[in-house]
Design a binder for this molecule. Structure first.
Ligand code: C2E
Ligand code: MG
Ligand code: MG
Ligand code: MG
Length: 288
């Protein structure tokens, strides 16, 4: 594709750009057939309460296995789906499957579903969510939708309006990847979030950086003061968990508790508990 320089009227042509666009178009094309060809699957990652050590929810994470390309990461195909107008259909598939899966769990754990910013621009979204709840019989409070700040920043009034309608259904709303990107504290005041998910970037840093520790403490106290529970993403080590526990973090999610896995495995592992630190004689062998 040629790029026109406005002032000098010279065409710049880069072959690599062409290849990239062609590849993206190929992926988009393959993705548009993924649903009907049964190539999509939801994996679930456990979330646990720090205080009780018990699993309290699972996040649904989309997986795509192409017959020749193999597994494609959502970090690759979600942006393409957004660019090529596939995200609405994909998002509806995820919502429906996640609600159906969650309705089949005997115990009342929550299921968290990621929403694309483009889904939040859709006025029909609350109705679609409502319909899914009715169809699957899932109690509204067992569904949590996850949004990032970018979802809100593109059109504040519209997204606030849609978000309020979703909340009115009894569905929970979590702010995903908090603390990176264009985080504005004002968003926490203006929008009715039920949970803050602290970006996993901070976990990779807290073992080595005092500044990161200080930031995590600040977010946790912010959550306390606003009465919004905070979940730490990307918890991989006992050391990180110990720190979070001491600082009063509400929930965790991460490889320490479990990787995203198939539904049956996630259900099997949901009876596991985090090792609870007891004052004395702490037995460590029941941890996950
Ligand atoms: P996210 O919503 O922030 O999801 C968390 C990501 O962190 C997941 O990557 C998960 O596998 C990974 N993760 C969890 N614990 C750990 C850990 O302890 N260490 C490390 N290194 N990573 C951890 P995944 O599954 O590749 O998904 C990437 C992103 O793709 C998600 O970030 C989300 O933004 C998007 N995504 C995934 N599924 C969907 C979906 O159904 N719809 C939409 N719109 N986006 C989705
Ligand atoms: Mg998420
Ligand atoms: Mg996240
Ligand atoms: Mg993310």
């Amino acid at each position: 594709r040629a790029k026109l320089h406005p002032s000098r009227k010279v065409c710049f042509y880069e072959p690599s750009m062409d290849a990239e666009i062609r590849q993206k178009r190929e992926i988009a094309n393959a993705l548009s057939h993924a649903m009907e060809h049964d190539q999509l699957e939801l994996h679930y990652q456990l979330q646990a309460s720090v205080q009780s050590g018990k699993v309290c929810g699972m996040e649904a994470l989309l997986r795509w296995t192409h017959p020749t390309m193999g597994p494609v990461s959502p970090a690759v195909f979600i942006p393409i789906a957004e660019e090529y107008n596939l995200i609405i259909a994909l998002g509806e598939w995820v919502l429906n499957r996640a609600c159906r899966d969650a309705a089949s769990w005997k115990d009342g754990q929550k299921v968290a579903v990621n929403l694309s910013p483009l889904q939040l621009m859709q006025v029909e979204l609350p109705r679609i969510i409502h319909q899914n709840l009715i169809e699957t019989g899932l109690a509204p409070h067992r569904l949590e939708v996850e949004l990032t700040e970018t979802a809100i920043l593109s059109d504040r009034d519209r997204s606030l309006h849609i978000l309020r309608q979703i909340k009115a259904l009894g569905v929970c709303v979590a702010l995903d990847d908090f603390g990176t990107g264009y985080s504005s504290l004002e968003i926490l005041r203006a929008f009715p979030f039920d949970k803050i998910k602290l970006d996993r970037f901070f976990m990779t840093e807290i073992e080595t950086s005092n500044a990161s520790k200080a930031m995590v403490r600040s977010v946790l106290s912010l959550g306390k003061n606003l009465k919004i529970p905070v979940l730490a993403e990307g918890v991989e080590t006992e050391l990180q968990l110990d720190f979070l526990r001491e600082e009063g973090c509400d929930e965790i999610q991460g490889f320490l508790l479990g990787r995203p896995e198939k539904l049956a495995e996630a259900i099997r592992n949901s009876v596991n508990t985090l090792a609870i630190q007891e004052p004395e004689d702490c037995e460590d062998d029941d941890k996950v």
